[in-house]
Design a protein around this ligand. Structure first.
Ligand code: CA
Ligand code: CA
Length: 284
């Protein structure tokens, strides 16, 4: 590996650590009780990258794929940390780069249940490009938000009632709980007015009404499945109960920039370091 490649690998590693820290209390390095919605870029046009919090070298027409992960964590993790519903808006904000957000793949099972929605594509922040979701603060106005919704609580081992896997369910263990893939966004660059143009793609929680549904410390039921001859053929896992009503946290945004890597990546790592420093600053 060349020295440049090693340096890039170290920077990517640093960026990944920052990503993983989103569900952690940075000051104490302990998991927190929260639902953290974390975004990370995984593809530019047809090239797989990262996952990373920063993409550089972007020009007009480039398409960035950004995964949306719902991280359900507990400060005192026991049993399972689960997710069912997530209301959201997604925006590109700050900087001079413009581009349009969409969800080209539609909803991802099992978060494609009754009433789920990919949301309305619209310019939420009046900067001339398209975002996803709603600015409504009316608790009765839910229809324009992105809404990932499963018909039941989803845990790390959730599968179909016949014991087969849910092919599109992606789950990772993380400190304090688990994270679940709930969507894939696409940002297509439409305007780069200057050589250092950038913007940040971020999650914004629904400000009123039912924000989301997730649980901590949820028991798991493992039901054996038998065929007609009485032979056990599998297990159906389901989740009920647990604690609710902790806080929703937006993970660090994804920084998109026209500045070639690794400068853009350095900016993200540096920005992440600043965030940690701010969080460590003692309160007075
Ligand atoms: Ca924008
Ligand atoms: Ca906009």
């Amino acid at each position: 590996m060349s020295s440049i490649s090693k340096r890039r690998a170290r920077l990517l590693s640093a960026a990944m650590m920052i990503t993983a820290s989103c569900a952690m209390d940075s000051a104490s390095a302990r998991p927190v009780s929260a639902l953290t919605i974390d975004l990370r870029a995984t593809q530019v046009n047809s090239t797989t990258i990262g996952p990373t919090k920063s993409v550089g070298g972007l020009g007009v027409g480039d398409a960035v794929t950004i995964e949306v992960w719902a991280q359900s964590t507990s400060a005192q993790p026991i049993q399972y940390q689960c997710v069912q519903d997530v209301f959201a808006s997604f925006l590109s904000s700050g900087g001079s780069m413009r581009g349009n957000l969409s969800i080209p793949g539609g909803r991802i099972a099992p978060f494609n249940g009754l009433a789920s929605s990919v949301g309305t594509v619209t310019d939420l922040d009046a900067d001339g490009d398209l975002d996803i979701g709603s600015n409504s603060t009316d608790s009765a106005e839910a229809k324009d938000f992105f809404f990932a919704r499963s018909s039941q609580l989803i845990g790390p081992h959730s599968n179909n009632p016949d014991g087969s896997p849910i092919s599109t369910l992606l789950v990772h263990d993380i400190p304090g709980g688990a994270e679940y893939l709930i969507s894939r966004l696409r940002f297509v660059v439409t305007n780069v007015p200057d050589p250092s143009a950038s913007t940040s793609v971020r999650f914004r929680a629904r400000p009123s009404g039912v924000a989301s549904v997730w649980t901590e410390g949820t028991p798991e039921a493992a039901e054996p499945i038998f065929d007609s001859d009485g032979n056990r053929t599998g297990t159906y896992y389901s989740y009920f109960g647990g604690l609710t009503n902790t806080s929703i946290v937006a993970g660090d945004p994804v920084l998109l920039s026209s500045v070639p890597e690794p400068a853009g990546l350095l900016a993200s790592v540096f920005g992440g370091a600043l965030l940690v420093m701010r969080m460590r600053k003692p309160r007075h």
